[in-house]
Design a protein around this ligand. Structure first.
Ligand SMILES: [Zn+2]
Length: 230
């Protein structure tokens, strides 16, 4: 049990016109925690902390390690869903910070940087969500990792190779069949190890297909990084 309090973090102090503008914005679009809807802040300390509770070590069927920030439950799940389904783009930095922290659990390969490869997103999902969330998270995470002195880049080298059906409602076998051969590599592969990035890993079918496509093209895949693991 985590005894730490869940007091909200105080937003950066604003003064003068900035403060007045912020107050006006809060009247029109009241800011609330992306996880628990507590008023007045982007993500409260308790919900941010929920994204730093890694589940037990997990791996794909082929042994590729899966690094998750948290289990797909509770506040961590709510923060992710707010960003993914409810348009809370302002909370993306919270997810990226958690991903950068989870990435630190991956042993740094000697002499080589790491490339974060986002799982490609279907065009319909990009339209519905106002852009490619996973690619954006990969880029933000790489920037944070570099700020901490690690040689990490984001490399969008996977693309959707053919149409796939919506995964909703499919079981694990159905998802695997739906995604078989769905991704392909575009452009030159990074010379060092890759880490596949996704927002949530559920049946692992999507992550496994991304890993398969990268390895088939000759890439070295060190792991899978995700916000939550179901
Ligand atoms: Zn909260």
């Amino acid at each position: 049990m985590d005894p730490a309090p869940t007091t909200p973090t105080t937003p950066t102090a604003l003064t003068g016109p900035a403060r007045a503008l912020r107050a006006a914005c809060d009247l029109v679009w009241p800011l609330e925690c992306a996880g628990c809807a507590r008023a007045g802040l982007l993500c409260c300390r308790g919900c941010a902390r929920s994204l730093r509770r890694p589940p037990p070590p997990a791996a794909l069927a082929d042994g590729t390690p899966v690094l998750a920030c948290a289990a797909h439950a509770g506040a961590a799940r709510q923060v992710l869903l707010s960003v993914k389904e409810r348009g809370r783009a302002d909370a993306r930095p919270v997810l990226a910070a958690a991903l950068a922290r989870a990435l630190e659990r991956l042993p740094a390969p000697a002499g080589r940087g790491v490339d974060l490869v986002p799982v490609p997103t279907r065009a319909a999902s990009r339209r519905a969500r106002g852009g490619d969330l996973v690619a954006d998270l990969a880029a933000r995470t790489a920037a944070l990792a570099r700020a901490r002195g690690r040689d990490v880049r984001a490399a969008r080298v996977l693309r959707v190779a053919r149409r796939v059906a919506d995964q909703t409602g499919l079981d694990a076998a159905g998802r695997r069949a739906n995604l078989a051969g769905a991704f392909a590599v575009r452009g030159p592969l990074p010379p060092g190890p890759c880490v596949v990035v996704d927002d949530v890993v559920t049946t692992t079918a999507t992550a496994a297909e991304a890993v398969r496509a990268l390895r088939a093209a000759g890439a070295r895949v060190a792991g899978v990084l995700c916000v939550t693991l179901a």
